[in-house]
Design a protein around this ligand. Sequence first.
Ligand SMILES: NC(=O)c1ccc[n+]([C@@H]2O[C@H](COP(=O)([O-])OP(=O)(O)OC[C@H]3O[C@@H](n4cnc5c(N)ncnc54)[C@H](OP(=O)(O)O)[C@@H]3O)[C@@H](O)[C@H]2O)c1
Length: 333
Amino acid sequence: MQNQRILLAARPIGDIKPTDFEARTETLEALEEGKARIRVVYLSLDPAMRGWMSADENSYVPPIPLGSTMRGIATGIVAQSKTDKLKEGDWVSGFLGWTQYADVAPEEVNVLPQAVPMDAYMGVLGLAGATAYCGYKEILEPQAGQTLCVTGAAGSVGSLVGQMAKADGLKVIGIAGSEEKCKWLTDELGFDAALNYKTDNLMKGIHDFAPDGLDIHFENVGGAPFQAALYNMKAHGKIALCGLISTYNSTEAPAGPELSAMIKKRLTMKGFVMTDHWHRFGEILGKVGEYLGKGQLKYRLDVVEGLENAPTAINKLFDGSNKGKLTIKVSEL
Ligand SMILES: NC(=O)c1ccc[n+]([C@@H]2O[C@H](COP(=O)([O-])OP(=O)(O)OC[C@H]3O[C@@H](n4cnc5c(N)ncnc54)[C@H](OP(=O)(O)O)[C@@H]3O)[C@@H](O)[C@H]2O)c1
């Protein structure tokens, strides 16, 4: 049986280029005893991949070795099993990588309930949902009546943060990169307000929305939107620092934001990574499922067909052209 996988061929400088990857087609060896062969259905493309591709040894996961399969979270179906812990037809998720088939030990994957469409495990019941819940609930500890700002607001994480906050009775403003995205936030998702960071005056826009300041802020992008939110925080406010996507392709150290407001306003800001909470995924996604079950969360996927398109599709994350959770459809369900 033939398998196509995509390897990391070079560490990107600046933007990710197709030449940073190499596609390889090989004949699969016989499946080892104790393992299962997974046919990948959906591969999640995530901003964090840009960091994993770099040589940075000083992060929460080691760099992807050059010449090895590109790392990625994916969902798939057990196609063959030589372990009694996984049976043919089971749905699983894990770090399966950019590949059509992955041979795994049972402890490397989670078995997924087949009660929702498989693509839900890419977004709302996947890394994005868990990240949104953890950062919003566990770091920001929101209370009804508070004011929350979220950047990257129309993205897979940001859109869920804002909707959870609306469901909990908060006032929500989102910052995103197009009129279409801002309209989606207010008209479809129920955000109270949205600002376009490419055209709106963010300092003024946030101040007009929350003249007394923001109680809590969920940061996904960095740069000017982060600076504007930081400037508009209330004293003793809280910030969940989830991501800084605007800096990921930079070849120079970022110029800001200027962080003295952290001290002047005695703010709490906490960085976090979801991989620390991997063992709690089931519990956390159960909580996300409560919002979903009550019809309080909408989500959308941006599905690109074919593993061979992953090396170019990943840049949709950085030019903002993804509308929803960026996902590669590797094979038919
Ligand atoms: N800490 C964790 O464990 C964890 C886990 C998952 C994700 N994250 C972080 O969460 C953030 C969002 O990830 P996601 O998976 O939900 O992706 P996403 O928001 O679905 O897609 C990325 C979005 O980022 C925005 N963006 C790209 N470049 C930008 C720039 N220079 N300035 C402002 N916005 C820019 C684009 O939206 P616009 O059109 O609005 O520009 C783009 O659509 C990322 O920073 C990611 O690293 C962290």
